[in-house]
Design a protein around this ligand. Structure first.
Ligand code: PA5
Length: 444
């Protein structure tokens, strides 16, 4: 369903680059399918589009229906892998202005993804006078940002509806057995959804983590899963004609040739948070042991008027991956103007999608001429089925890429460093000696 065009990569690599990657790809593919590589405890996402919990899936749909019927707003509390996937899918399939453009579905506010008091107060202001619910999402159940936000929003909800009333409006997505959130959800009797043990945060969008908020926004999660399933069936077949193999091979060969940054670009503003999700996926999977392409994202054509200069002529360290949606959902035709003062009558009667397509074609040529290899990924439509496929495509390619790079694709040890320092500085019990040491360093 997706079409990968590497014709603008080949000129940047030595002849036979594909063959050079084939043996390692075969090994990486086996590691993903048979669990023989590092991080094999976290491969639950590989067969997820087929092997998901159908009973829970039906409960997700029911809960989403209830939220749509009794809430004008849903506060989704989570960070990182417990946040980005839902926002990416909701915005890509609706609009980056979802809360303004929604029709009959609740407004969705994301909270607990930072520590800004102003941002949190803004959400409080939005929900204060409407009926609302909470979906709190945390696999560990102990992450500071969502835990603090949940404490605050839970109190607000209980103040409004009473403890019993609030209970029926809180949905907790967390580990099946352990963690502070699991304990709290059991104690209070919230409806619970599970983050499967074998699925890490950045691969969890097709579990309840992503699916409940996505369904609450009125998106067809069955079609999303069906698209992922189609792509899964395709990508699990080994071979150099496998598009995930090709994408992983191209990225790896370009990295080995000295490239340092991969920019994900799209011409749809609604795609912005998909870029954020993609950055976490590749950044956390590969960015370790001093290795990996740095994942960045841009929105075209807007960023051509800012980052475009660097991409065209700055340091030659980039690879560009463009996600192109084949069909615009709506049409805008450029009107004729008899006075033609702006000189645009050569575009009269043309659609904006036609203009965008010529921009895309021209940009690719310019960037390739400027020394930026281009990977073009065409997605037939901005709909559930295609987005499900795109998610699985990037996940599978990312797993392969991690193994090609020789890292454990499924851990994230680097995320702990800041957390430990923050706990110590906040005075968390157990961190006393670390606190003294850090305060001393900060005084110098
Ligand atoms: O990928 C990851 O592990 C992180 O981004 C986590 O998803 C993030 O830190 C949130 O963790 P949790 O769901 O445990 O609150």
């Amino acid at each position: 369903m997706l079409n990968l065009d590497l014709s603008n990569v080949t000129p940047f690599l030595a002849a036979g680059w594909r063959t050079g990657e084939e043996k390692s790809l075969k090994q990486a593919h086996d590691k993903l399918l048979h669990g023989t590589g590092a991080g094999s405890d976290f491969l639950g996402w590989v067969n997820l589009p087929a092997d998901y919990d159908k009973e829970e899936f039906a409960r997700i749909q029911k809960a989403a229906e209830k939220i749509r019927s009794d809430s004008q707003a849903l506060v989704v509390i989570g960070i990182g892998g417990s946040y980005l996937g839902a926002r990416a899918v909701i915005e890509t399939l609706t609009s980056n202005n979802y809360n303004l453009t929604r029709k009959g579905t609740p407004a969705i506010y994301f909270a607990g993804n930072g520590l800004s008091a102003d941002a949190l107060n803004e959400v409080i202001e939005q929900v204060r006078d409407v009926d609302w619910s909470i979906n709190v999402i945390s696999k560990s159940g102990t992450t500071t940002e969502p835990a603090v936000a949940f404490r605050i929003f839970k109190k607000l909800l209980e103040d409004k509806y009473g403890k019993e009333g609030a209970k029926g409006r809180i949905y907790a997505t967390t580990d099946a057995k352990r963690g502070a959130l699991k304990g709290l959800a059991d104690k209070e009797g919230y409806e619970e959804f599970v983050v499967p043990d074998a699925v890490g945060g950045r691969y969890s969008v097709l579990t309840a983590v992503g699916l409940l908020p996505i369904a609450a926004a009125g998106i067809d999660i069955e079609a999303l899963m069906a698209g992922a399933r189609e792509e899964m069936d395709l990508l699990q077949k080994p071979g150099m004609d496998n598009p995930a193999w090709q994408y992983a091979a191209a990225r790896h060969a370009l990295y080995e040739s000295g490239k340092k940054v991969e920019i994900l670009a799209a011409y749809e503003p609604a795609f912005r948070f998909f870029g954020e999700w993609w950055k976490q996926l590749f950044g956390e999977t590969e960015g370790k042991e001093g290795k990996a392409l740095f994942p960045a994202s841009v929105e075209f054509t807007a960023d051509l008027h800012s980052m475009g200069q660097y991409i065209q002529q700055g340091e030659r360290l980039m690879v560009e991956t463009v996600v192109r949606f084949d069909k615009a959902r709506t049409k805008v035709s450029i009107p004729d103007d008899p006075e033609n003062v702006d000189g645009l009558n050569f575009l009269s009667g043309k659609g904006l999608d036609f203009v965008a397509e010529q921009a895309l074609r021209g940009v690719i040529l310019a960037h390739v001429d400027g020394g930026v290899p281009n990977i073009l990924l065409t997605v037939p439509a901005r709909d559930e089925r295609c987005l499900g496929a795109l998610i699985y495509f990037f996940e599978f390619a990312c797993g392969l890429s991690g193994y090609l790079l020789g890292v454990n694709p499924f851990d994230q040890p680097g995320v702990e460093a800041y957390k430990n320092n923050m706990y110590a500085l906040l005075g968390k019990p157990g961190y006393e000696s670390q606190r003294k040491e850090l305060e001393k360093r900060l005084e110098q």
